[in-house]
Design a protein around this ligand. Structure first.
Ligand SMILES: NC(=O)c1ccc[n+]([C@@H]2O[C@H](COP(=O)([O-])OP(=O)(O)OC[C@H]3O[C@@H](n4cnc5c(N)ncnc54)[C@H](O)[C@@H]3O)[C@@H](O)[C@H]2O)c1
Ligand SMILES: [Zn+2]
Length: 360
């Protein structure tokens, strides 16, 4: 079967992203082709291992998998400490390959363990959620949360290979799948009208998870993330465009204590708010606002924003800014397929934008 291959270069080298249905059914062969014939240890979480562990039968080394708890709360230094202990118990040395097999939580934590254990061992990412396949597994950012906030400790540790198998998504709950799809819409808005249209027009086939459709979708998204990341490895300029929808999105996650919205859902609202702001400034054409609203509407229901307060959302947005010690750089769509970054968004504009998503 045809495999889509993208090559990502970074300061320290290059790695391929391989996209293809059933790739994880012949993983030994895939790793051998990548010259990654070495001792391996898989890091996963119980739900993913239960559903798909049989795809990784006694990979080289034959170590039992290191299973970390499921969920965002597990993306924590204590989990990483347990992973180190598991690596030591298995006598894993610097020649080994750590395989992150799960969603973004597993990928980030396993990746951080790999980045730091023995000052760094190689990493393969086998993402199992749509969000991880199109976003978190690519770009080399790994890390964990602190009580003070998300992703506050981390590293840049590029993987040796990323393997995206859309078959793994068959078992992904619809809500998780949809949450990933908001990030695909984001890529469309920031960089590609044709990707945006293919999501808008292709929702039935996408939700049916037709392998060929997903392969193309994943590849189109990965290409955009790769291009942005390669242009800007350390997040100075262009990488900021990936934050479209995330300023308000992160605030919604924080003020609902990470309990109401999946990340992608919060980004769905965040994109609508940013687009409304852009529309009001006369930057975004009204028909593009309508297209964005339509695709988000057709994707399905977002959890309600009822009860959330604009004042809390504003505080969250500003405290995000304080942590980064900078001005609030707001990514605004110029049209579907292009954005601009503005430093001068006012509280009044933010309030008006929040009102459009039901937050007063
Ligand atoms: N490193 C980066 O550049 C980057 C970028 C974006 C997001 N992230 C991080 O990614 C994380 C979110 O990732 P996520 O959305 O994948 O969430 P997740 O890892 O929590 O996975 C979501 C849920 O889906 C389950 N699951 C995973 N694969 C499955 C499958 N194939 N079938 C059934 N269930 C499955 C998981 O067990 C979990 O319960 C966040 O911590 C975020 O900070 C990192
Ligand atoms: Zn995101």
């Amino acid at each position: 079967m045809a495999v889509i291959r993208l090559d990502i270069t970074h300061a320290g080298g290059a790695y391929p992203v391989l996209i293809g249905a059933a790739l994880t059914r012949r993983l030994d062969q895939v790793l051998a082709e990548q010259r990654l014939i070495t001792e391996t240890v898989v890091v996963s979480c119980p739900p993913v291992w239960r559903l798909h562990g049989e795809r990784l039968p006694g990979l080289l080394g034959g170590h039992p998998p290191l299973l970390m708890p499921d969920g965002e709360r597990a993306k924590h230094l204590t989990t990483v400490a347990r992973l180190y202990d598991g690596l030591v118990e298995r006598r894993i040395d610097r020649s080994a390959l750590v395989i992150g097999f799960g969603g973004g939580v597993v990928g980030d934590a396993a990746g951080f363990a790999a980045a730091t254990y023995l000052r760094g061992v190689r990493l393969a990412q086998i993402p199992t959620t749509l969000l991880a396949q199109i976003d978190s597994a690519i770009g080399g950012k790994v890390g964990v949360n602190l009580s003070a906030g998300k992703n506050l400790v981390g590293a840049f540790h590029a993987p040796s290979v990323v393997i995206c198998d859309p078959e793994l998504l068959d078992t992904l709950p619809r809500r998780e799948f949809r949450a990933g799809l908001y990030e695909a819409v984001k890529y469309g808005v920031i960089a590609s009208r044709s990707l945006f249209d293919s999501v808008s027009d292709g929702l039935p086939a996408i939700f049916k998870k037709e392998p060929a459709v997903l392969e193309t979708l994943i590849a189109d998204c990965c290409r955009i993330k790769a291009a942005v990341v390669m242009a800007d490895e350390r997040e100075q300029g262009p990488r900021r465009t990936l934050n479209f929808g995330h300023t308000v999105g992160h605030a919604l996650e924080a003020i609902s204590r990470y309990g109401r919205f999946l990340h992608g859902e919060a980004v769905g609202y965040g994109m609508l708010a940013a687009a409304a702001l852009s529309l009001k400034r006369g930057i975004l054409p009204p028909e593009d606002m309508e297209s964005l609203k339509a695709v988000i509407g057709h994707m399905g229901p977002l959890p309600s924003t009822a009860g959330l307060k604009a004042s809390d959302a504003l505080d969250a947005i500003l405290s995000d800014k304080k942590i980064s010690r900078g001005t609030l750089h707001f990514v605004l769509p110029v049209r579907i397929g292009a954005t601009t970054i503005v430093p001068d968004v006012t509280t009044k504009e933010l309030k008006a934008a929040l009102r459009t998503i039901g937050i007063r």
